[in-house]
Design a binder for this molecule. Structure first.
Ligand code: WTA
Length: 640
């Protein structure tokens, strides 16, 4: 078996890129041949973007966990596969070799099978960042069950919505969660979610993590350790079709409830492995650490699948960057001799604000590549990351991609894409064909351009559908521009053809690297009995990238602003979770609307950003007078 093709030089990149565009099928077939397939595929690619219908490696069968685990056993059996660093530095870390991880995945897979979970069943995870989360995810993949990981910061209601949307048969959770100095109930939230309906759930597997008191539903709840008792350390992998569903991951869009982005087996495997290899350039004994949570796509592709498919040691961290102190990330890098480090700009900005001394005092001489993901990185943060963390030796890979793309799409290759330009994601990976268009869908053919970012040809890990609602997938991504996948992002291309991603052009805001729909937050605020109408926009925020600014119309006069504000925050926390809490709230008597009744968010965004001199023409509004009132109130400190 040939290994995946590694790009070693700029020439290699140009060759690979040219080949991937001239003959995508031949290019990806060659990459796919480096994996174990139970049966080879008949057709490399069949696609159209109008339905949309994209199929990679049809006719081929495989199991992704054989490629993550089994095939490494002979050469790498004793090599660390997973290093787990707990929340509390006083607690011992855990290392699982590929052999141990394989055994744990098999035991868990058999435990799930014993609970009647079969190929195609959906399994929801609501767990802290502990090894069992990665083990459980892989156990699902082992038996062909579809994992749906829900970030454990979401509320019971948000969890219930996601469980119901995918009719999950089981929920895997823990009793509680250690996060910084806090101990957070997890099982209680699951109980509350399941009390809302969720009739499909037959089993709740509970990992003992904090030992806190929890309620117990006999017949439904089972301790993780009891379920695994006596299970064999070998488990026959379910043989999957290449296009069988591997996982669902919910993400926010401009409208409605979050949707379940669906990824399938063969293409996702090939692309997550290929992109990891080339963007991070791991060497055999490297230790790689991605600080994301497995509740997001970054954790799926670049904590679990990408590294393990490449046989790379992956670190998983339970805690937070600032506890017990602002040096924790760097202490962990030093402790585990991390070579490749991947984090989000929001974390960099938060740590930068605490002062460089926290990073300067640690030995970071093993670091070789630094990655950034999730939102645009600003110049100041880029330089701080480069100087203080990378000590000016480590290239930064600013990786642009999305839940829907499954893997990194536009990124520098470390040591290969030179010189780096701060804050630019630079160039597409082989197989990725970006195209920029204007709002009317006309291609921007000049090299130097600013416009909407689309992709014109499928890559192996493109989303296949949105769970249970294919039409929504078509509408959201494939209807704006004919025969193009529309990313929702705006970007700039410089004279050298290098890309800088500016941000979303839809009603999605990116708060600390977390995607939230403004409509979703508005719906949550509207649940408060005294709110008549709410409009939410993003505005620039020093640490979070974007903050949440909510304009509210109240049912009656509010005397106690503080109380009201707290009530609204509580409502949002209950409906979505603390990540969606507005940073600013302003009570208004009306919202600027068009004559057809649409809220003019553009104006609200400008006011929230303090750009009141750039509002443009407001005279065509239905109620132009409210604009002045909103500006005055925002200036006169009524903003809480
Ligand atoms: C934004 C995260 C600028 C972008 C992997 C995208 C970025 C959204 C970058 C997807 C980057 C992600 N530079 N913006 N390097 N990476 N984004 O689905 O707006 O959570 O559309 O996937 O994050 O967020 P998601």
């Amino acid at each position: 078996m040939k290994p995946l093709t590694r790009i070693r030089s700029h020439r290699d990149y140009l060759d690979a890129y040219a080949k991937s565009v001239e003959d995508p099928s031949a290019f990806w077939a060659e990459q796919a041949e480096s994996f174990i397939w139970r049966k080879p595929w008949d057709t490399v690619l069949d696609w159209n973007f109008s339905d949309p219908d994209v199929r990679w490696f049809e006719g081929g069968t495989l199991n992704i966990t054989e490629n993550c685990l089994d095939r490494h056993l002979s050469q790498r059996g004793d090599k660390p596969a997973l290093i787990w660093e707990p929340n509390n530095p006083e607690e011992a870390h855990r290392t699982l070799s590929f052999r141990e991880l394989h055994a744990e995945v098999c035991r868990t897979a058999e435990a799930l099978r014993a609970k009647g979970i079969q190929k195609g069943d959906r399994v929801c995870f609501y767990m802290p960042m502990v090894p069992e989360l990665a083990i459980g995810v892989l156990a699902c993949a082992r038996i062909g069950a579809v994992h749906s990981v829900v970030f454990a910061g979401f509320s019971a209601k948000a969890l219930a919505d996601r469980i119901e949307d995918a009719s999950c048969k089981a929920v895997l959770c823990s009793d509680g969660n250690f996060r910084g100095s806090k101990q957070i109930p997890v099982k209680d939230v699951v109980d509350e979610a399941l009390a809302k309906g969720c009739k499909s759930v037959e089993t709740v597997l509970v990992l003992q993590r904090t030992g806190q008191d929890i309620a117990w539903t006999e017949g439904r709840d089972i301790w993780w350790h009891d379920a695994l008792e006596g299970m064999p350390t070998e488990s026959a992998p379910e043989i999957m079709e290449s296009e069988d569903m591997l996982f669902v991951l919910y993400t926010s869009g401009s409208t409605g409830k979050p949707k379940g982005v669906v990824h399938t087996t063969g293409g996702y495997m090939v692309y997550s492995a290929y992109s990891f290899l080339n963007v991070f350039q791991p060497e055999e004994n490297d230790v790689y650490w991605c600080t994301a949570d497995i509740g997001w796509i970054t954790g799926h592709s670049y904590i679990i699948y990408g590294p393990l498919l490449n046989g790379t040691t992956t670190v998983m961290f339970e805690g937070v960057p600032t506890w017990p102190d602002a040096g924790r990330f760097w202490e962990v890098c030093d402790k585990h001799k991390v070579n490749l480090f991947y984090t989000a700009p929001t974390a960099i900005r938060a740590l930068m604000a605490k002062g460089s001394e926290w990073v300067d005092k640690h030995d970071l001489s093993d670091l070789r590549v630094l990655g950034s993901v999730g939102e645009p990185i600003n110049e100041e943060a880029w330089h701080w990351y480069h100087e203080h963390v990378g000590r000016k030796r480590c290239p930064i890979v600013d990786t642009w991609w999305q839940t829907e793309t499954g893997g990194i799409m536009i990124s520098p290759l470390p040591g290969i894409t030179e010189p780096l330009k701060p804050c630019k994601a630079m160039q597409p990976l082989p197989g990725v064909q970006p195209i920029m268009v204007d709002v009317n869908g006309n291609e921007l053919t000049d090299t130097e351009a600013e416009g909407l970012l689309c992709i014109k040809h499928p890559w192996p890990s493109i989303l296949r559908t949105t769970y249970g609602d294919h039409e929504r997938c078509r509408q959201t991504y494939f209807s704006a521009f004919k025969n193009l996948y529309f990313t929702g992002d705006e970007c700039r291309r410089d004279a050298d053809g290098h890309y800088r991603i500016i941000g979303r052009v839809d009603d999605v805001i990116n708060v600390s690297g977390h995607r939230l729909g403004t409509a979703e937050i508005e719906d949550a605020i509207d649940e408060h009995a005294d709110v008549v109408e709410a409009a939410v926009v993003g505005y620039p925020h020093d640490i979070k990238g974007q903050g949440i600014y909510a304009y509210l119309i109240c049912a009656h006069h509010v005397d106690d602003h503080e109380q009201f504000k707290n009530d609204v925050l509580e409502t949002v926390t209950r409906v979505i979770g603390p990540i969606a809490k507005p940073d600013h709230m302003q009570i208004v008597s009306g919202l600027p609307k068009t004559r057809s009744g649409k809220i003019m968010r553009r104006i609200l965004r400008k006011i929230a950003s303090g750009e009141t001199d750039r509002l443009g023409d407001t005279s065509t509004l239905l109620n132009p007078e409210v604009v002045q009132e909103i500006i005055e109130d925002s200036l006169h400190g009524k903003v809480s």
